[in-house]
Ligand binder design. Sequence first.
Ligand code: MIC
Ligand code: SF4
Length: 643
Amino acid sequence: MGYSIAEKIIKEHIVSGEMVKGTDNGLKIDQTLTQDATGTMAYLEFEAMGVPRVKTERSVAYIDHNTLQTGFENADDHRFIQTVCKKHGIYFSRPGNGICHQVHLERFSRPGKTLIGSDSHTPTGGGIGMLAIGAGGLDVAVAMGGGAYYITMPNIVKVELKGELKPWVSAKDIILKVLEIMSVKGGVSKIIEYAGEGVKTLSVPQRATITNMGAELGATTSIFPSDETTREFLKAQGREEDYVELKADEDAVYDEHIIIDLNELEPLAACPHSPDNIKPIASLAGQKIDQVCIGSCKNSSYADLMTVAHILKGKTVHPDVSLSIAPGSKQVLTMLSENGALADMIAAGARILESACGPCIGMGQSPNSAGISLRTFNRNFLGRSGTKDGQIYLVSPETAAASALTGVFTDPTTLGEGYKVEMPEKFLINDNMIIEPAPVEEMDNIKVLRGPNIKEFPASSEMEDSIKATCSLKVEDNITTDHIMPAGAKILPLRSNIPAISQHCFTVCDTEFPNRAKTLGSSIIVGGSNYGQGSSREHAALAPLYLGVKAVLVKSFARIHRANLINAGILPLEFINESDYEKISLFDELELPNIKAEILEGDTVTLLNKTTGETIKAKCELTQRQKDIAICGGLLNYTKLNG
Ligand code: MIC
Ligand code: SF4
């Protein structure tokens, strides 16, 4: 039996396990990346492990999320990360150099290698044929220290692309179509592998747009073959030697097969408030809009923004629309400024932002009240833009630019003759914003600089034989990490300060939650299905830990958040009968009377609702390693004990 691309990479990197579906497999990690909003925690955790130098082939820290410096906090965090990197062997991408996924794709990605990153969109690297996975900061810290990264061997889905996109239809429309087919939970425990004739019609940045948004499917990762297009891209980045060919064996076996005919695709939008709420742009055409934001870690590449500049050239942004554009990297911004495309954007009235996440993470550009905002981003969760009643639509750069000019939803296929950007033979390469680590012999002289906002992460303790706790919160299906631990310009600067950031935990759903949980001392959160979808932020586990949450009992979990709960020492429990969700209410007194023994012995636990007198059975399916982590009270304690 042949292998898929993902299986080939896993086979080459496996250090424990058998590559059998559903079982735990430890993988050797070649590269890691962090960004600043998750990075401070990851590096505090790395320091706590006491490993002097990273053991990966390449570890890179990016500053791209918390770039709005309205107080000392973010600047202090940047300085902390910069000095940690210098000391411990990590490359440091300075603020201004660009968004982690775009820069990593350009300068460090390598087909056939493994990458984990403390950001859920790390699968962007799948566009070049990396096995690139989003993870919590603690998992990244362990990988930097040379430890394996564990994945439950996923099912592999083949998405076969046929034909070629019509003019003005975009790679973004392909992934929006996949989201329509599979939904935001359809990718959980799956790797999405792209194949078929249509692959060769897509450039590496187009492929990366598709793998980036595989995160919105809940997938472990997504991956494309590495072919002549990949070689050309690497050559144009001055890195042809990093190329290896990667393709699936003819007789590879897949668990699911989806076929998409690219010729049939039309421009699409993900409507509020979920990336899988898909409608054709044609069906929205003519509706008035207020804002357009172009940029983020997908759709901010050279070709995307050249297309935008072409659409805007010689025209003026509609008077009722605010258009912002953030190029994805310094490389892209410099090339646009040298060839005049930037001037075309500015002349049309675009507000040019620095190369950073910006509005995508609520760092500025919040829309007006109930404003309709078209964004080339990947998430449109309620409140994420910073305006609670903002109506965010996720669209392609072509749709975004066309609509910015007309002031209404505009189908770009009405723009007439198509426009194809030639990929440059050589990108403009200047790595002067990437700081190399100090040589080993100098590392002892480097002092790590910490600001007053950097606090220790919360300690968790060994699991008790039984847990008594009150239900401190009951929430619905599809709770995102943006509900659990909101971002935005006001809250993000507190990412290194768990006591302070905890005061914002779940406030989108219930403003009383932080104080209530703290007062209760020991509590359990109850939720619906796909709980914790979205970001990799481990703050969505560390803040509840700090507030005394001992377990989260839900219908089902999203992958990264579940792993973060285990790493933090919080028990992830799932209802065996989903209808039992109705049997618990806010403030019910709950008890897990025999929890430690039940976890050690099997995967079913008993929960008593002392308020109603009911007994509820829940699943806690943990691998042996995860059980050991849970018993120790989290991955950090486990790593300290087991090295
Ligand atoms: C996001 O897109 O939600 C983020 C901000 O990039 C997060 C990471 C974070 O919360 O710091 C992610 O996707 O993991
Ligand atoms: Fe940054 Fe947005 Fe990409 Fe997250 S999704 S890494 S916030 S640009």
